[in-house]
Design a protein around this ligand. Structure first.
Ligand code: SF4
Ligand code: SF4
Length: 135
């Protein structure tokens, strides 16, 4: 079994199509919708965690490509700008997954992309715009 976190961007004419249910039914994937931003008649964006067998995952990605849905790994969309970060720790208590964490000895803040679920909670609390989510 594989697990992948991806960001889907699909055009307005596909927003009301059963894209996700097809991933589940035809490619035997477990789909966890981590975040959704879908507006009628506009482009839709979803952050998904997919779990399934490698063959199903590859077939599912092929299906998405064929119908014109763009997708990319989630990690590419969440950025921590280390140069901007002052290690003020304002984001630490708000991050639900400890993707942003602090070393209590050095008080240095670090960002672990694989833990980030792109919830955006850190964006408004960071006074230095060190966190950026590109959707
Ligand atoms: S987007 Fe959410 S999970 Fe990711 S670092 Fe920010 S608060 Fe943590
Ligand atoms: S709130 Fe911003 S500047 Fe402060 S530790 Fe977090 S990412 Fe760094």
């Amino acid at each position: 079994m594989q697990k992948k976190r991806i960001v889907l961007s699909y055009p307005s004419h596909l927003v009301d199509q059963p894209v996700i249910s097809k991933l589940v039914k035809e490619y035997d994937l477990i789909v966890n919708i981590m975040r959704a931003r879908i507006t009628p008649k506009e482009e839709g964006r979803l952050v998904l965690e997919l779990t399934g067998k490698r063959a199903g995952m590859e077939a599912g990605f092929k299906y998405l490509s064929e119908i014109g849905v763009e997708f990319q790994p989630l990690a590419q969309d969440v950025k921590w700008d280390e140069d901007r970060c002052t290690h003020c720790t304002a984001c630490i208590s708000i991050c639900p997954t400890k993707a942003l964490d602090v070393d209590r000895k050095t008080m240095g803040v670090s960002f672990k992309r694989d833990k980030c679920i792109a919830c955006e909670l850190c964006i408004p609390v960071c006074p230095y715009q060190a966190m950026e989510i590109l959707f």
